[in-house]
Design a protein around this ligand. Sequence first.
Ligand code: AMP
Ligand code: MG
Length: 316
Amino acid sequence: MPLSPATPEAIAKTVALLRNGGVVAFPTETVYGLGALVWDTRAVARIFELKARPEFDPLIVHVADRPMLERVAIKLPDSAQLLIERFWPGPLTLVLERQARVPELVTAGLATIAVRMPSHPVARAILRALGEPIAAPSANPFGYLSPTRAEHVAETLGQRVDLILDGGRAIHGLESTIVAFEPVPALLRPGAIPAESIEAVIGSLERRQPSQAVTAPGQLPVHYAPRTPLRIVEPAGVALEERRTAGALALRDAFDGYAATRRLSERGDLREAAAAFFDALHDLDGLGLERIDAQPLPERGLGLAMMDRLKRAAAR
Ligand code: AMP
Ligand code: MG
């Protein structure tokens, strides 16, 4: 079992693992997080794989300080500034406009990014030593309770994570409160900081369901879905003359005659494919094509989340 007390040596090992594509569970003041280096799309894809969620969920990005925040988010509204001064470091997540360099896999294609600055000494030590933001959702498989002890992570994700740092029981044992600012300040998820405390600083918050905010494409103006009509079809079966004005999104094979093709993984590896998925869609969407033909992906592992995304795009 890769379970280790959060000693300085184990923290150094965690940082080395994160720098090399590792996925590590670590304590925060809310619940245990399952983290990867924010820039490493393959490691981020592994988070989704480990959590076995049937769709992509935007991840909370953890930062150590202000400069690190500015590497992932832009244009902080005044009310966000006020909340940062009052509640960071702590269990408050802010939904902000994201820097273009943040991989879309991290934000599940959203133009916004959820960021927080944890107060837990172990989380802070990792972030400081790494010097880079960490994308980390809760370290539980899809549908399970959030983990408040290292043992919970060990029992459910066990050998499949590179390391589980044991920092004792999470202090709050409750997720962070999530606040968004566009078009008006809104509470997306109640959490460890009461809504009333936030309202005391910035005034009243609109109450929005997280499901409305994230999972309903089209409801949010910032939600990214390709503008180009997309259909799920086996490109091999598409007539040559129909290919000329279209782009193909394929798992591993190249198909002749398409105006453009993006292959997600030459080895047909679903993790590698997920790491490239949003970029490929974005690329094809930018070419001004008549249509995107997306090859059906195997509906297992990360293929499930990619197919979920493709089906939504196709339904528009
Ligand atoms: P967790 O990290 O497991 O506590 O869950 C992260 C949650 O944050 C997601 O399920 C969303 O509800 C929310 N979230 C993350 N990014 C965004 C975003 N860009 N916009 C709105 N909600 C977000
Ligand atoms: Mg969670």
